[in-house]
Design a binder for this molecule. Structure first.
Ligand SMILES: [Ca+2]
Length: 147
């Protein structure tokens, strides 16, 4: 293998370990590409990546891992809630407290309220999303750095 080829391989490996960066430095993580436990991937026109994840029962979990640098962030969860009784989910960031969040309104793809958190050292940060109510479809997680 030539030196040039090795450099290309190393660059690809580095990219594979990082979260995708969207416009304006926003890290976008698709729910359907996360680690799923008893959660079903659904096709949904208009969703990011064309797919969402349905938390099917009380043991359903989605684990999203973001590689982040030390600093302050804001995370927003996007999804579709069919009704006000079917719009909630739980979120735990790292070893923080579990929070109950809701999609901001029903019947279309919308965000949760943003949640601020901080990272005390560079590396992987786990965000655990778990079941609170039935029929909530989660599309993606967006993380952006804040001051
Ligand atoms: Ca998606």
């Amino acid at each position: 293998m030539t030196g040039r080829m090795m450099a290309v391989v190393a660059a690809l490996a580095l990219v594979a370990g990082c979260a995708a960066m969207g416009p304006k430095g926003v890290t976008v993580l698709e729910m359907e590409e996360a680690t799923l436990t008893k959660a079903a991937v659904k096709d949904l026109a208009g969703a990011s990546g064309g797919k969402t994840v349905l938390l099917t029962d009380e043991s359903s979990e989605v684990t999203v891992t973001a590689n982040l640098k030390k600093g302050a962030y804001e995370v927003t969860f996007y999804g579709v809630a069919p009704s006000y009784e079917e719009d909630a989910f739980y979120v735990r960031i790292g070893d923080g407290e579990e929070m109950r969040l809701v999609i901001s309104d029903i019947a279309k793809l919308l965000p949760s309220k943003p949640v601020k958190f901080s990272v005390d050292k560079d590396g992987p940060c786990k965000i655990l999303i778990s079941f609170a109510e039935e029929n909530v479809q989660l599309d993606r997680v967006e993380i952006k750095a804040v001051k």
